[in-house]
Design a protein around this ligand. Structure first.
Ligand code: SF4
Length: 306
């Protein structure tokens, strides 16, 4: 058996920067350290931080008056900043700069009175945050082609679309095509909202599907970009599974397989992938592991000031 690793392993720049902000804040201020929402969507990262005294909360009311709180990489709505200021909380903002870019686009659209179709997963933290930057009367959240068909936009007024950063590139292109079919004058953001990390990871899985007969994705159930990787492989007709922890691997998935591909979401620590490789090697200790240099080597974002 051969093991092929996708050329995008480890944290993306946004996750790396958010995780480092929590580490630095822990070192500087100690526990308990409050973080609003899971800093990134990965079970292992969250469990490690909880052991060190990080307290993950959803409502700012759970932070003591005048306390310190970190906002997660997924971004927050303006209302949350207002609430933090009103309660005199000291906050550290770990929102990924690429999510902030979408927030800015949303503000611009609303300033121009553009009816804004926001494509994404309802209930996802990033979508909730971005929605807050769109004027409520201009906001239309869609997830499926049916949602787009059901829209009743004013054709005499401008229409624009924005997307969550971690969507399927292929599926989103279909949704945008559908929107433009019904509302041909729709305009997009100046630059693609799906981020480079999401695009790179989906490209890497596409590459794996050309040679591998099964693709295992490391990623947590709530991680949008990880789930899209499994769908990418399945969409190419290749068997694919997603696991949160290496122990979830079922050896039966590898029965009769010659080439196993492994990829991981943007918030998955490298040690999870290494542990999965070690587990697969329990079946075939001599299985060669093929890995090429990451296409994201050298890309980093500034660490939020703590
Ligand atoms: S997946 Fe993209 S948007 Fe999300 S943290 Fe990483 S770089 Fe930022």
């Amino acid at each position: 058996m051969e093991i092929h690793l996708a050329h995008t392993q480890g944290f993306c720049a946004g996750v790396s920067s958010a995780v480092e902000a929590v580490n630095r804040a822990l070192a500087k201020y100690g526990a308990p350290l409050y973080v609003r929402h899971h800093i990134v969507h990965n079970t292992s990262v969250i469990a490690d931080f909880e052991k060190k005294g990080v307290v993950f909360i959803e409502a700012l009311s759970d932070v003591p008056e005048g306390g310190r709180v970190i906002f997660s990489a997924h971004g927050i709505s303006p209302q949350v900043y207002e609430e933090a200021k009103a309660r005199e909380l000291v906050y550290i903002d770990a929102t990924c700069p690429l999510v902030t870019k979408v927030h800015r686009e949303a503000i611009t659209f609303s300033q121009k009175e553009i009816q804004t179709v926001l494509i994404g997963h309802r209930g996802h933290q990033e979508l909730i945050g971005t929605s807050g930057y769109v004027r409520p009367d201009l906001l239309h959240v869609v997830e499926t082609e049916e949602d787009i068909e059901a829209l009743k936009l004013d054709r005499a007024r401008p229409v624009g679309y924005l997307t969550q950063t971690t969507l399927s590139v292929t599926e989103t292109a279909k949704l945008i095509a559908k929107l433009k079919e019904i509302y041909p004058h729709s305009v997009g953001p100046p630059k693609e909202d799906i981020c480079f990390a999401t695009q790179n990871r989906q490209d890497a899985v596409m590459t794996l599907t050309q040679t591998c007969d099964v693709v295992i994705i490391c990623g947590s159930p709530q991680s949008s970009n990880s789930n899209r990787l499994k769908e990418t492989a399945l969409g190419q007709g290749i068997e694919s599974y997603i696991i949160d922890m290496p122990e979830e691997l079922q050896f039966a998935w590898l029965d009769g397989k010659k080439r196993v591909g492994i990829s991981s979401g943007a918030s998955v620590p490298r040690h999870i992938v290494d542990a999965l490789v070690a587990k697969i090697k329990m079946i075939d200790p001599n299985a060669p592991v093929f890995e090429s240099e990451s296409v994201e080597k050298g890309i980093s974002f500034a660490i939020p000031k703590v």
